[in-house]
Ligand binder design. Sequence first.
Ligand code: C2E
Ligand code: MG
Ligand code: MG
Ligand code: MG
Length: 287
Amino acid sequence: AAKNAGKNQVALFTPELREARLERTRLTTDLRRARERGELTLVYQPVVDLASGDIRKVEALLRWNPAGRRPVPPDVFIPVAEESGLIVPIGRWVLEQACADVRHWHERHGVSVTVNVSGRQLREEDFGDVVLDVLARYGLPARALVLEVTESMLLATTPAETARIVGTLTRLREHGVRIALDDFGTGYSSLSYLRTLPVDILKIDKSFTPVSGNADHDRMHAFTRAIVELSAVLGLTTIAEGVESPEQAALLQQMGCPQAQGYLFSPPVGAPQIDGLLHSIPWRQAA
Ligand code: C2E
Ligand code: MG
Ligand code: MG
Ligand code: MG
């Protein structure tokens, strides 16, 4: 190791990197205790049918509010949880909580919950069993659950691991669990993943959500339209992420995109607020 220490080793001792590593260690230690301290919560963001305004799904999004500190955003703590392996027990808790919460939303309103899963979870041998077990314990039809996976999840996997993940997802799908490909368009080889992975739903990343006023917007619209059409041809349901304005919603609907989520409809909110939204959908009354 000493022979190859060279440049890389030197970089490890810059103050910035040392500080960053210390912060990661601190985060990992705190995250390890977060669940038992009740610092983890789930919020839910509605996924809306653009034609009717109905809420079809809610996406479960994890929040961490450490005692005595500012909330840590998911983009910071999820990678820490993945590297430390903590995402496995935390992910199980997310699945459990999401299934508990969706039960009466599904019974009364036909709403499904979408849960983000990381590659680390999918690589666990018993992931499929864990999912089916949670569904059974809550008496939840598989239709009520959507698992969101990303293209990047497969980046570091060996062909054998990829095959096993595909096998797990295929088995869950045969039970009726649906699979969504999240952040579509941001990966390196989106199309090949679309061919590899068993998928029911395609979520267009918010960077493809059309913005009017963008100098390059005709070109962007062409990309977005092409993704929507590809998705339809493959028989997938398309969801556009990050929809913030009525103009965007109208454009997406014109393009044939059936569903969307974003601040235009609702930010992620607590379970009681989802109850309220399902009881009376504000954007539908406004129309
Ligand atoms: P994601 O799954 O792509 O989730 C969508 C993100 O976009 C969420 O960020 C959401 O709050 C945000 N968003 C929603 N509407 C809008 C909008 O109109 N405009 C903009 N600019 N943003 C919008 P959030 O909650 O910070 O989550 C970030 C990422 O963290 C998620 O991206 C997901 O990859 C990951 N994540 C969150 N919860 C979990 C979890 O339970 N497990 C795993 N493995 N990952 C999670
Ligand atoms: Mg997601
Ligand atoms: Mg996404
Ligand atoms: Mg994302």
